[in-house]
Design a protein. Structure first.
Length: 485
């Protein structure tokens, strides 16, 4: 593998462009409706908690399908599964453009979540076919696309929603999805790396039960109550599912989560880092949208497009941070890069807690946060690549991506719950005269910052205790992978 320089289908450059475009498109569609959440809430006559499921259900079903596609990609071919994911994604995008209710929108968003499986498949293709020295930078670029696409989705989605309608976002995205599918079919060559294995159905089912069991009560607790029988029952089911999942994965021949993998503790630590990064990123997305759009004196009273523009500087920063941290990984090691990125994330939430009175302070906070998030994405995936043999790259990077999606789903669910729980009537001056509306309070945003800060500190501790990756045991036909840090 070290001697390859052309990569897939006629050069690593073109392949990287196509895979980056795929990631950009998926993350764009993931965030393009977030600026429109207050609009969707009003149009469909629902609550903040319910409308927070618009991003959360996308991440939830992405969490369920991503490990399945990663495993199948290792077994049957990563390009094949990438094309299947793109096809389902395109169909869902078309359906979303014609959604007639909040329920139909959530249903199509769930199907669309399969598109999130494209990220680990792209990482696995790079690991299999790119020269080793190009892997950190290439994964850095694709990781950056996750946040860059999300930021562009904020801006473009906010403008399109305000100028036309939220449905127009999907009408414009559908032909793009079809073109990207054709580009993958035309220019990406199938990876020769195969790992025949059985699909772990029990692992997939138990993981899904655990995710839903935790996510639903986190979202609905503000309505049901934290001590209600529904909330406590679902939490109990989730805990039982996690215990059963660990039990099953230690005994099945081809586990979805390989708990016997050499260095598995450090792989799980890396997955925790991705959970925290996704949690922080999407909690801030939802909180900032409501903070900037809520009328004074609590918020800033911006319109949809103006709210989206708040994230422009952060998007530009993460575009630089991804490749930059890829170089830091190469020169200083993945662990050091991960620790630095984690400290930057902590600094951002300290800033948010102390400085949030002006739009300029909000923008500075998002810039700091996204610089750290971009670094965590890049460093964490490279730590994982150093631990995992090529035969398990698809499955393990998929699971790593799942933790990021779960973190994002939990982050939006908790933020939505806090925004609903801590709201109060405020007087808004409209053209027709003063009127009283319910809006999130300063207390809601303060609690969101505190929760994210505490979890990001856990991330720093996790990165600090992470040890240098040991040499992995590879089959005879696999080339040893030497850790960089």
């Amino acid at each position: 593998m070290a001697g390859r320089s052309n990569g897939l289908g006629g050069g690593t450059g073109l392949v990287l462009v196509i895979l980056s475009l795929t990631g950009l498109m998926v993350s764009f569609s993931e965030s393009m409706l977030i600026p429109a959440l207050p609009t969707l809430q009003a149009e469909f006559h629902t609550t903040e908690a319910v409308v927070s499921w618009v991003p959360a259900i996308y991440l939830l079903f992405g969490s369920l399908t991503t490990p399945t596609f990663g495993k199948l990609g290792d077994t049957y071919g990563k390009k094949k599964l990438l094309l299947v994911a793109l096809t389902l994604y395109t169909i869902a995008v078309i359906g979303n453009g014609f959604a007639w209710s909040i329920d139909s929108l959530l249903a199509f968003r769930a199907i669309q979540g399969v598109g999130l499986a494209m990220f680990p498949l792209a990482f696995a293709l790079i690991r299999d076919e790119f020269p080793r020295e190009k892997v950190p930078t290439a994964t850095g670029i694709i990781s950056a696309m996750f946040a860059v696409g999300a930021t562009i989705g904020f801006i473009g989605g906010g403008y399109i929603t305000q100028t036309y309608s939220w449905q127009t976002n999907y009408h414009l995205l559908a032909p793009v999805a079809a073109i990207v599918t054709l580009l993958v079919l035309w220019r990406i060559r199938e990876s020769p790396v195969r790992t025949p294995s059985r699909l772990d159905i029990w692992g997939i089912v138990l993981l899904g039960v655990a995710i839903v069991g935790f996510l639903v009560p986190l979202t609905e607790a503000s309505v049901w109550g934290w001590t209600s029988v529904y909330t406590l029952s679902l939490f109990a089911i989730a805990i039982i599912a996690v215990i059963a999942l660990v039990y099953a994965e230690l005994r099945v021949r081809d586990p979805l989560i390989d708990l016997k993998l050499k260095g598995v503790r450090h792989v799980l630590e890396t997955n925790l880092m991705m959970f925290i990064a996704g949690f922080a990123m999407f909690m801030v997305y939802l909180a900032m949208v409501y903070l900037t759009r809520t009328p004074p004196p609590v918020g800033f009273g911006l319109d949809t497009f103006q709210s989206a523009l708040v994230f422009v500087p952060a998007g530009l920063v993460i575009l630089v941070a991804g490749p930059l941290f890829g170089r830091i990984v190469t020169r200083r090691g993945a662990k050091n890069a991960l620790l630095l990125a984690s400290l930057i994330v902590v600094a951002s939430f300290i800033w948010f807690f102390l400085f949030n009175a002006t739009l300029a302070e909000i923008v500075i906070g998002t810039v700091i946060l996204f610089a750290g998030i971009g670094g965590v994405f890049v460093a964490a995936i490279n730590v994982l690549i150093m631990y995992v043999p090529p035969s398990k790259t698809g499955a393990e990077t998929a699971l790593n991506t799942v933790f990021r999606f779960i973190g994002g789903a939990v982050g939006t669910a908790i933020a939505g719950s806090l925004l609903t729980l801590y709201e109060a009537p405020i007087t808004v001056v409209l053209p027709a005269g003063p009127t009283v509306v319910l809006a999130p309070t300063n207390q809601a945003f303060a609690y969101i910052a505190v929760v994210a800060l505490i979890l990001s500190i856990v991330g720093v501790v996790t990165a600090y205790v992470l040890k240098r990756a040991p040499d992995v045991e590879l089959p005879n036909n696999e080339e040893p992978h030497v850790p960089a840090g």
